[in-house]
Design a protein around this ligand. Structure first.
Ligand code: SF4
Length: 256
């Protein structure tokens, strides 16, 4: 992004609106607590692969099964694919995910000399993203999750839900993909707010700004939103519960 565009009145207005959205969500959903213990980067990487295209509940089950069935990352890497597939079947897309996990582990052993990604601690955010996305099947979103949840960096991961809500709110006009939204949001998310904004947007996208049936009539961001399909419907929102505030998998990533 050029300096002039980052300082344009339009960009300044989007920045102001982003700060307003962060504040409204923190008021509506609360300030999320960062996990007491950060999972090791490799555990987070595998958990994020398992979380693709499935519910938290199913990916949590798949992750738990995987760590129950194999005593170590090296045992997992050496296992036949059919055993990995069987262990993660409950998480969906077992064929594809078992391949990604195995290939990913082999690539990590080659690049890092073992099944340990602690060398990432000494790298910049951009270096971590470049390093992790060299692994087949690992995209920018997965790399950003490792940065935020494992390495405690102020990085804002963008999945399809975060992309959808940011687009509807007009924070990334015309963005065509989560990757493009990630690049643009990097310039917009207020410093120190990546964790709060990311986790609150996920909760908000599940409860209110749902893909098919957004509850616009009860939305605290109605005035900020430019989504042409928003309607003042009369659905009432239930109060957020503790369960809405949990990420089953990402809050519970352990290791062997
Ligand atoms: S008004 Fe509707 S579309 Fe806009 S952010 Fe709220 S729920 Fe989403």
């Amino acid at each position: 992004m050029s300096v002039s565009s980052s300082r344009s009145p339009r960009q300044a207005e989007i920045r102001r609106r982003t700060r307003a959205v962060v504040r409204v969500l923190e008021k509506f959903l609360g300030m999320p607590d960062a996990p007491a213990r950060r999972p090791p980067p490799l555990a987070m990487l595998i958990a994020t692969i398992l979380s693709q295209n499935t519910s938290d509940k199913n990916s949590h089950r798949a992750y738990t099964n995987l760590t129950r069935c194999f005593p170590s990352w090296s045992a997992l890497a050496a296992a036949p694919r059919r055993r990995i597939r069987a262990a993660i079947r409950c998480g969906g897309m077992a064929e594809q995910k078992s391949l990604r996990i195995r290939e990913g582990l082999h690539c990590i052993r080659e690049r890092f000399g073992g099944y340990d990604l602690s060398a990432l601690e000494g790298m910049t955010d951009r270096e971590v993203i470049a390093e992790l996305t060299r692994i087949k099947g690992v995209g920018v979103k997965t790399a950003a999750c490792v940065l935020l949840f494992s390495l405690g960096r102020d990085v804002f991961p963008v999945d399809t839900h975060v992309h959808r809500v940011c687009s509807r709110l007009g924070l990334v006009p015309g963005s065509r993909s989560p990757e493009e939204t990630f690049e643009r949001m990097e310039q917009l998310v207020p410093r120190g707010k990546a964790y709060s904004f990311h986790t609150n947007l996920i909760r908000f996208g599940r409860m209110v700004c749902r893909a098919q049936t957004p509850v616009c009539g009860s939305c605290p961001l109605y005035k900020e939103c430019i989504f042409p399909g928003r309607k003042r419907n009369h659905k009432r929102l239930r109060r957020p519960s503790k369960t809405d505030h949990r990420f089953m998998l990402l809050d519970n990533v352990g290791t062997f």
